[in-house]
Each structure stands twice: as structure tokens, then as C-alpha cells.
Design a protein around this ligand. Sequence first.
Ligand SMILES: NC(=O)C1=CN([C@@H]2O[C@H](COP(=O)(O)OP(=O)(O)OC[C@H]3O[C@@H](n4cnc5c(N)ncnc54)[C@H](OP(=O)(O)O)[C@@H]3O)[C@@H](O)[C@H]2O)C=CC1
Ligand SMILES: O=C(O)CCC(=O)C(=O)O
Ligand SMILES: [Mg+2]
Length: 420
Amino acid sequence: MSNKIVVENGVLNVPNNPVIPFIEGDGIGPDIWAAASRVIDAAVEKAYNGEKKIEWLEVLAGEKAFNQTGEWLPQETLDKIDEYLIAIKGPLTTPIGGGIRSLNVALRQELDLYVCLRPVRHFDGVPSPVKRPEDVDMVIFRENTEDIYAGIEYKAGSDEQKKLLNFLQTELGVNKIRFPETSGLGIKPVSQEGTERLVRAAIEYAIKHNKPSVTLVHKGNIMKFTEGGFKQWGYDLAEKEFGDQTFTWNQYDAIKAEQGEAAANEAQAKAVAEGKIIVKDSIADIFLQQILTRPTEFDVVATMNLNGDYISDALAAQVGGIGIAPGANINYVTGHAIFEATHGTAPKYAGLDKVNPSSVLLSGVLMLEHLGWQEAADLVTASVEKTISSKVVTYDFARLMDGATEVKCSEFANELIKNL
Ligand SMILES: NC(=O)C1=CN([C@@H]2O[C@H](COP(=O)(O)OP(=O)(O)OC[C@H]3O[C@@H](n4cnc5c(N)ncnc54)[C@H](OP(=O)(O)O)[C@@H]3O)[C@@H](O)[C@H]2O)C=CC1
Ligand SMILES: O=C(O)CCC(=O)C(=O)O
Ligand SMILES: [Mg+2]
């Protein structure tokens, strides 16, 4: 039997010994990947008595790739992930202000992994800066291929910047750039198709997991045709494709305008009683306040690339920090997915065997769930809960806990394996 994961009629077919490519990552990548992969292997072995086993296939990207091949993201890496469908990666460095563009973004764009899925929930015993971290239970659907984040920008003074500036000024009559000659210029594409496929995935997730609401987060009051477009296209999609399963604040506003507020409230209450998902929206600045002040009001969050980047780190802090925040980049149509930690390469801790491997490990749990290997996923989750409750933790949690035993990254993995 082939050891390739394939997608057939939209359903993943996973053999017992699937080949799964991995990218170790830069900085802390080697430490966290060594720890996490040992725990994943042990959980799979235990859950299936050796009947199932992942065949890891290393593929290169980042500094390791550059040192070995002279390329930051070799074509072979993309080809292998394309071929084997599902992969997992550690973080990759992106220099600031110049140098190569993000390899993380490039992987998402090259494989058209249009959803960045980042579930955020609290694990018992994890120290948090907020009073009720258990109130945070949100799943972020971040658009992953467009927006200002896609990296279409031109350096101040470059020929391209001058051409674009000239076009803006002479063809479009733009006269609001305060210091035109010395401005770097960026382009923010946000499309109807890109919005629709992201919001569709978010609503389908909410339906499948019985989540009561989907919130579209945007700054559409200021960026009317990009972020405002996202909001409108999102509402339109909900009404067009999920009319029987959703009630939108767009519909609420229409009823209110025609029949008054009481009728709109009644319609919304009826929709909730019928188990419909409320599709609402929130402007990004107040959203960042409300996830702190009233987190129980948010369940599934659909947003654009840059907002999603900020929101994921902010929400991660509320449940104990970036060391425990998992993620996945997914194309629900082709079946391609790369699971990855939310955090970066934390260069000051590189090679110290110190940091928390939970972010990439829990990304591995998302991967096991995606493969349908729920038993192995549950073993890892239970072990993380048990280990943290026993206060055996890495430095990031130890510094916020009373009476904790601080262990190294690899020792934390040993403890997790013991507690499987
Ligand atoms: N998807 C990816 O591959 C990503 C890559 N990056 C890249 O990573 C590089 C470094 O980015 P930077 O902004 O410093 O952000 P990082 O996420 O790498 O690190 C910031 C801080 O977060 C904490 N942290 C990160 N990972 C862990 C962990 N596993 N366990 C415990 N604490 C952790 C540390 O906090 P403390 O100092 O308090 O101990 C660390 O100093 C950049 O090149 C950036 O572009 C960034 C994000 C995602
Ligand atoms: O690509 C990078 O270096 C940063 C990416 C990032 O912060 C993210 O995707 O959350
Ligand atoms: Mg980020």
C-alpha cells in the first residue's frame, strides 16, 4: 500500500505509515522540533500499538537550506510538500527592513494555503495575565495569501516607487501622500474570492463544531474597499451560501431599519433559538479591547492577514503566551496543509534547549486530528494538561508560577512522554 496521504472526493485517505515532510526551522526550531516529534511518535505508538507510525521526511528551508543548497526555499521542498499533501514546520527567520522576503509567507502563497487556522484556548494550570483565561475559547481564521502582508511594496527612492508615485499622482490625482519622495509604498490587495473562501471555511467550521458565532474583524471604516470589502463580501457569502444556517448583523440592520429595533432583536433571538450561527462584525481596534473585556462573546473569528497576525499573538498572551499557541495553514480544496507554531525563531534562545515546545507540539495535535488520528491527539493533549498541572514546565511558565519545577525543552518532552 502507498504511504502517501491523498485526497479523494474531498476526503483525506491516510495510510498507516504516512510520509510527512517536516521543516526543522531556524533559531529554536531544532530544539522544539526534536522535542515535539518525540512526543508525537510516542503518542502514535501508544494509541495504535505500533500499527500506525509517521515516516518523517526532512525537507529544507531557511538557514539550513541556504547552507546546504545555496537556496532559502528549494523547489524540491515545495515539490515534496505538494506531493505528500500534509507537512509540519518549525519557525523560519525573516530579516527586518531588507533581505529576503518571508519564507513562511512564501510557503503559504506557493501552496495557496489560504486559511491560517489558529485555535486559542486555555489549558488548566497555565499561568495567564488575565483573571479568567478559561473564558477565552476562540478559533482564528486568518486570510493567508493577500493583504498588505503579501509583500507588494516599493522602497523609497527606488525606480519602482518613483513609477508608482508618478502613476498615483498623474493618473489618479493622489495628492494626500504627505512626504511623497521619501515614502515607501505598499499595496493592499483584498479580493472577493479570497474573502469568500476564507469566510466559507470559517462558517463551515462553526457549523461542524457547533460554535454560536462568527465575527468578521476589519477596519472597514477607514480602509473602505479592502477591509470594508471583506466585511461586505463576508456577510453576502453568509446570506448567499448559508442562508438557512446563519443570521447576520446585516439582516439585523435591515429589519431594524424597516421594522424597528424590537423586531430586529426578536428576529435575532428566534435565529439563536433555532440554532443558527450569528455572523457579526467588529472593527479591529475595539475588537482588541473586547477580547480582553468580554471574551465569551467571540467564538470563530474571520479576518484578514495582518489583523490575524496581531490578533493571534494578543490572544495567545491571554491563555499563557506564544509558547503554547498552535496553528495550521490549510487549503480546504486541494487538501494541502502545513502545520506550524504561531511563534518565531526566538534567536536569543537558539540552541539553549530552553524554550517551550508546546506550540509546535500542539500544532502536531491539530495535524493528528486533521489526519483522523484522534486517539493519538487526545493522548498528547491529556499529557500536556497533566504535565502542566504537576507544575513541571519550561522557563516561560515557570517564571509566572509559584512552586514550579523549571525543566529544559528536552526534559519537558521526557515528562510529556512519561505522562502519555
Ligand atoms: N511562522 C514563523 O515561522 C514565524 C517567524 N517569525 C520570525 O521569527 C524571528 C523572531 O521574531 P520575534 O519577533 O523575536 O518573535 P518570536 O516569536 O520568535 O519570539 C518573541 C518572544 O516570544 C517568546 N517565545 C517565542 N517562542 C517561544 C517558545 N517556544 N517558548 C517560550 N517563549 C517563546 C520569547 O519571549 P521572552 O523573551 O519573554 O522569553 C521570545 O523572546 C523573526 O525573524 C520573525 O520574522 C515570527 C513569527 C512567526
Ligand atoms: O514570516 C514571518 O517571519 C512572520 C510570520 C508571522 O508572524 C505569522 O505568520 O504569525
Ligand atoms: Mg505572527
